[in-house]
Design a protein around this ligand. Structure first.
Ligand SMILES: Cc1cc2nc3c(=O)[nH]c(=O)nc-3n(C[C@H](O)[C@H](O)[C@H](O)COP(=O)(O)OP(=O)(O)OC[C@H]3O[C@@H](n4cnc5c(N)ncnc54)[C@H](O)[C@@H]3O)c2cc1C
Length: 383
C-alpha cells in the first residue's frame, strides 16, 4: 500500500529540512526524500552566512561555525581596493555539511522520516514519484509537497516553471592551505570571473575556501588564472564544483498542493549566489502556510503573500546582478572609483546588510553625501 504523510519535502538541504522541522513541530507527519546517500554531501557551498540572518532566524547551530569575519576586501579588475569593515563579527564561515547534518538530526528527533537514496522524478496530484537505490519506481502520497530540491529542481520542472541558462553560474572552489587574513573575506572582480566574481573565504589563518563563478568558460581553469593573477598561493586540499543560483526569484511559488522553496525557487541572492539564509527564511513561510492550511483550511497560496518581503529583497539582488552583468572591466573600475570618491566604504561599513539591501538603499537616498551615487542606484534598480 502507498504510504501517506501530511507533508512530503523533496530535498534534505537546509531549506527542505527546516520546512520539515517547522511542519512536524506542529504535529503533522513529514517525510523528506533525498537523492544523496549522505546528508550534506556532496558539499557545493562556500558556507558564508550573515550574522544578522543567522541571529534573526534564531538558529542555534554555533558548533557549525568555523570562523567569524568582520568585513570584506573587495577588489576591482584594476585592483582598486574597497574595504568594508566592522569592529565586530559580520558573517560566519560555517561547516556546511555539518549544518545540514544537525538540521537532519533535529528533524529526526522530532519524528521526521528522512529517506535517503530516494530520487524524486515527478510530483503529480499529491503523489511523489521517486526511484529508490535499486532504481525501482516507488511513490508516496502527501497533502502538501515542498519542492526544496535545489537549483536543478525536478519539482520546479513538474510545476511547469522554466529557468534560463544565464541564471545558472558554474562555480569551482578549492580548500587551500596557505597564509590568509582570518578576519576578512576577499571578493575579486576580473576577466577570469566574467559575470560573477572570485572569492577567498578564510577558515583560519592557514586555510581558506578559494573559488569563483564564471559564465561561458571552464571555471577550474579560470580559478587557476585568478590565483596566478592575484598572487594567491595555496596548496589544494580538496575541491568542489557546483551551480551557483543567479536568477530572479520564482513568483508562482504554489501550484495545487506543491510549494517551492530555496534554490529550487531561486530564493538565493543573485548578486552573490548566497542562498542559505533567505532560503531558510522563505521555508519558514512555506511551513506556516502548510500548517495554517491543515489547521484552519487557509489556502496554501498564503505562502506567496507571506514570503513577499523576502521576494522583494531577492528582486533587488536580481536587478543589481543584471546591472553588473552589463558592465565590462573598465566600467567596473570606474564604478569602484566613484564609490570610493562618494565615501561609500565608510557608508557601507556602517549601514550594509549582506542579505537585505532595501534598508541600505533607503539610507543612501536619505544621505545627501551619497547622492552622487544616485544615478548608479537608479541603474541598479532598473537592472
Ligand atoms: C560554489 C557555491 C558556493 C556557494 N556559497 C554559498 C555561501 O557562501 N553562502 C550561501 O548562503 N550560499 C552559498 N551557495 C548557495 C547555497 O549552497 C544554496 O543557496 C543552498 O544550499 C540552498 O539550499 P537548498 O536547501 O535550497 O538546496 P540544496 O542545499 O541544494 O539542497 C537540495 C537537496 O535536494 C536534493 N535533491 C536534488 N534533486 C533531488 C531529487 N530529484 N530528489 C530528491 N532529492 C533531490 C539534493 O541532493 C540536495 O540535498 C553556494 C553555492 C555554490 C554552488
Amino acid at each position: 500500500m502507498t504510504e501517506e504523510y501530511a507533508a512530503a519535502v523533496v530535498g534534505a538541504g537546509p531549506v527542505g529540512l527546516n520546512a520539515a522541522i517547522q511542519v512536524q513541530k506542529n504535529g503533522f507527519d513529514v517525510v523528506v526524500l533525498e537523492d544523496s546517500e549522505e546528508i550534506g554531501l556532496p558539499c557545493q557551498c562556500s558556507g558564508l552566512i550573515s550574522r544578522s540572518g543567522y541571529e534573526g532566524l534564531g538558529l542555534k547551530y554555533d558548533k557549525t561555525i568555523v570562523n567569524r569575519v568582520r568585513g570584506a576586501r573587495i577588489f576591482a579588475p584594476d585592483r582598486t581596493e574597497f574595504k568594508v569593515e566592522r569592529f565586530d563579527t559580520v558573517a560566519y564561515v560555517i561547516d556546511r555539511p555539518k549544518l545540514d547534518k544537525v538540521f537532519a538530526r533535529d528533524a529526526k528527533e522530532l519524528g521526521v522520516d528522512i529517506w535517503l537514496n530516494s530520487s524524486v522524478v515527478d510530483v503529480k496530484d499529491g503523489t511523489v514519484f521517486y526511484k529508490n537505490k535499486a532504481g525501482k519506481g516507488e511513490m508516496v502520497k502527501a497533502k502538501a509537497v515542498v519542492g526544496a530540491d535545489g537549483i536543478v529542481s525536478t519539482v520546479r520542472k513538474s510545476m511547469g516553471i522554466e529557468a534560463q541558462k544565464e541564471w545558472y553560474v558554474p562555480g569551482y572552489q578549492i580548500t587551500g592551505r596557505g597564509k590568509f587574513d582570518p578576519d576578512f573575506v576577499e571578493v575579486h572582480f576580473g576577466p577570469w570571473a566574467d559575470k560573477f566574481f572570485a572569492w577567498v573565504i578564510p577558515e583560519s589563518k592557514t586555510t581558506a575556501r578559494i573559488g569563483l563563478g564564471v559564465t561561458g568558460k571552464n571555471a577550474r581553469t579560470c580559478l587557476e588564472q585568478f590565483m596566478d593573477d592575484r598572487g594567491i598561493k595555496a596548496q589544494k586540499l580538496d575541491f568542489q564544483a557546483g551551480v551557483i543560483p543567479a536568477g530572479p526569484p520564482v513568483t508562482n511559488l504554489v501550484k495545487d498542493n506543491v510549494l517551492l522553496a530555496g534554490d529550487a525557487a531561486f530564493q538565493a541572492k543573485a548578486t552573490t549566489g548566497g542562498g542559505i539564509m533567505l532560503g531558510i527564511e522563505a521555508s519558514n513561510h512555506a511551513a506556516k502556510a502548510i500548517v495554517d492550511h491543515f489547521k484552519y483550511k487557509t489556502p496554501l497560496t498564503s505562502y506567496q503573500k507571506h514570503v513577499e518581503p523576502v521576494t522583494r529583497e531577492l528582486e533587488i539582488h536580481w536587478r543589481v546582478r543584471r546591472y553588473l552583468n552589463q558592465l565590462n572591466d573598465e566600467d567596473l573600475n570606474k564604478l569602484f572609483q566613484r564609490m570610493k570618491a562618494a565615501g561609500m566604504e565608510k557608508f557601507l561599513s556602517d549601514n550594509a546588510d549582506m542579505d537585505k539591501p532595501s534598508s541600505f538603499l533607503k539610507k543612501v537616498a536619505g544621505s545627501p553625501k551619497m547622492w552622487m551615487m544616485l544615478p548608479e542606484m537608479i541603474k541598479f534598480l532598473r537592472g
